[in-house]
Design a protein around this ligand. Structure first.
Ligand SMILES: NC(=O)c1ccc[n+]([C@@H]2O[C@H](COP(=O)([O-])OP(=O)(O)OC[C@H]3O[C@@H](n4cnc5c(N)ncnc54)[C@H](O)[C@@H]3O)[C@@H](O)[C@H]2O)c1
Length: 243
């Protein structure tokens, strides 16, 4: 990753933060974004990476914010090689109880946010000779989770747009791939009731939840030239859940 420049959205915590750390260890310059200024401040302190790291307070589904992130990466580091659409939220409830606002909020961050990020990154990369875009889907988008009709829909949509975009921009050397994590130990999972956690555990052949670093290693693989002949793929990082 030496000399490469990467943007990771929603990277103040969890999988995005772990991916940022991995990229920095491998020599990349990294721009992390998040809606939480406080969490971004904590992330910068924890990563302690000096000039190789820049943060931008930005909402993933706001087009002006997305453009600001692109211009920050280009102004600060002069290029853009990797873009990870990682920002995400959950608003779980059964269909009977789910508010329309909760449906819309989840679709907005994941579907509109990923599309805006992907579009902005591809615009730069297709003119500069290529790049790698990585979209964070979820096993929930493959198998469907009760209580997540909004989130499962959003994560399945990300798979569709990953494949469509891969077909549009492959000619220019821009690769677009998705990752479907299973249950990974982050704040998002801390919010899950214990009974649901036990139920999930029974479905995982490897018998445990994953760690953020185990997803970050796959993000790194897709970002690097090790995956240079992969595009439009969906990699499940789930300990076997949902196979
Ligand atoms: N943890 C899991 O088990 C799991 C499983 C499958 C998929 N995922 C996906 O991985 C991604 C990261 O999840 P995580 O577990 O690290 O979650 P997390 O809650 O720890 O981190 C997500 C980050 O995104 C930020 N964010 C939320 N809305 C945003 C927006 N509109 N714009 C920019 N930033 C925003 C949050 O402030 C937070 O810092 C998400 O897309 C999530 O859906 C997670």
């Amino acid at each position: 990753m030496n000399g490469k420049v990467a943007v990771i959205t929603g990277a103040a915590a969890g999988l995005g933060l772990a991916s940022a750390r991995r990229f920095l260890e491998e020599g990349a310059s990294v721009v992390i974004t998040d809606v939480s200024e406080e969490a971004l401040g904590r992330a910068i302190a924890r990563l302690d990476a000096g000039p190789a790291l820049t943060s931008v307070i930005a909402g993933a589904s706001d087009p002006d914010d997305v453009n600001r992130v692109v211009s920050t990466a280009l102004t600060r580091y002069g290029r853009l090689d990797v873009w990870v659409n990682n920002a995400g939220i959950t608003r779980d409830a059964t269909m009977r109880k789910m508010l329309i606002e909760d449906f819309d909020a989840v679709i907005d961050v994941h579907v509109r946010g990923t599309w805006l990020g992907m579009r902005a990154a591809a615009d730069v990369m297709r003119d500069s000779g290529g790049g790698s875009i990585i979209n964070m889907s979820s096993i929930s988008g493959k198998v469907g989770n009760a209580g997540q009709t909004n989130y499962s829909a959003a994560k399945a949509a990300i798979v569709g747009m990953t494949k469509a975009a891969a077909k549009e921009v492959g000619f220019a050397g821009v690769r677009v791939n998705a990752i479907q994590p299973g249950v990974i130990n982050t704040a998002m999972i801390d919010a899950m009731p214990d009974a649901v956690k036990q139920e999930r555990l029974r479905d995982i052949p490897l018998g445990r939840f994953g760690e953020p670093e185990e997803v970050a290693d796959v993000v790194l693989f897709l970002a690097s030239d090790l995956s240079r002949y992969l595009t439009g793929t969906v990699i499940e990082v789930s300990g076997g859940r949902g196979i």
